[in-house]
Write a protein that binds this ligand. Sequence first.
Ligand code: AMP
Length: 393
Amino acid sequence: MAIRCIDELQIDGRPLFLRVDFNVPVEGGKVKDATRIEAALPTIRYALERGARLTVASHLGRPKGKVVAELSLEPVAELLSELLGQEVKMAPDCIGPEVEALAQGLKEGEVLLLENLRFHPGEEKNDPDFAQALARLGEVYINDAFGTAHRAPASTEGITHYVQEVGCGFLMKREIEYLMGALSEPQRPFVALLGGAKVSDKIGVIRHLLGKVDALLIGGGMCYTFLRAQGYNVGRSLVEEERITLAREIMKEAEAKGVDLLLPRDHVAAEEFSPDAQRKVVRNEEFPRGWVGLDIGPETVKAFAERISGAETVLWNGPMGVFEMAPFEGGTKGVAEAVASAKGTTIVGGGDTVRAVTQFGLAEKITHVSTGGGATLELLEGKTLPGIAALDR
Ligand code: AMP
């Protein structure tokens, strides 16, 4: 791919249109979680230091093409202004003559935040007229909104056809580097660790990774469909009956490709799906009838940790158990510690998994924590994302 990053483009003194992901929770006119705003700061600061005349755009929530006062980006402008220590001008809309005049009036190093892109139906429809109206606000276009890269709205796809130059921001660059670069030519051994609730959500990821990894470790709710396919009784654990045949096929495919597919050998099983239920550690052969498997057991953690620590590249998506309930967090915590102390490149993606490593205070020790949800999964499925392809010139 030939994608240029903001630091490879001439931006000094030029009008720059920056698409970011400021889709943050807002309550009572205040931003409740600034993580996404902070994540965009390196790109914003760089642009301002270089003297760009910066227009920043984002969507917020789902106003469905209409103006919804509670979904205004005004509170974001306030917070961004505090974080940058300079005024952030708030535009009354994201297109139109008044907004164009504001963008044109920007001096070098000044910043304007556009109002919610989704107040216009043209955004999600990727309407060419709307895309052209946005394009009038910048000569150079930079996309740093990785979380929306699996979609093709006007502000990430359409607009790229009407500006002089396009590129990515620092956040997007890291995601591309790790999720595409590191995974397409991984240092070996390459070990992938998959968990989460269902096999059906991860079929695309499993299939794609089977062609790349040396070992695939499967935990979480999805392991029970595989164990059933191997003939084990798994009580009332989460099993997708209609995927048992597929699980069998995947195991055969792994064997044919020389991929080690590791399944749990023991579990933390409980009488009920509840933190207060009676629980015990059981091996595959002795799963109690009527009980549910809610976490991988200590022997499995040890086996998985060994593979993880010997790997040069580790990719992890999906918790190993119901980590939201303290009695069933041990498996997820155990592998998180192994991933955090692994010597190789470690990549963690997916909302729940990221929440887990953050909860355990280990996020800092991971080489790359991916910020995307759907976008991360689709990249791991080997798909071309429209928001990334649009930057490829
Ligand atoms: P996903 O969104 O597919 O990554 O799934 C994450 C969810 O899977 C989390 O909310 C976990 O609580 C859940 N999960 C993990 N292990 C199990 C399990 N053994 N049984 C039921 N749910 C599980």
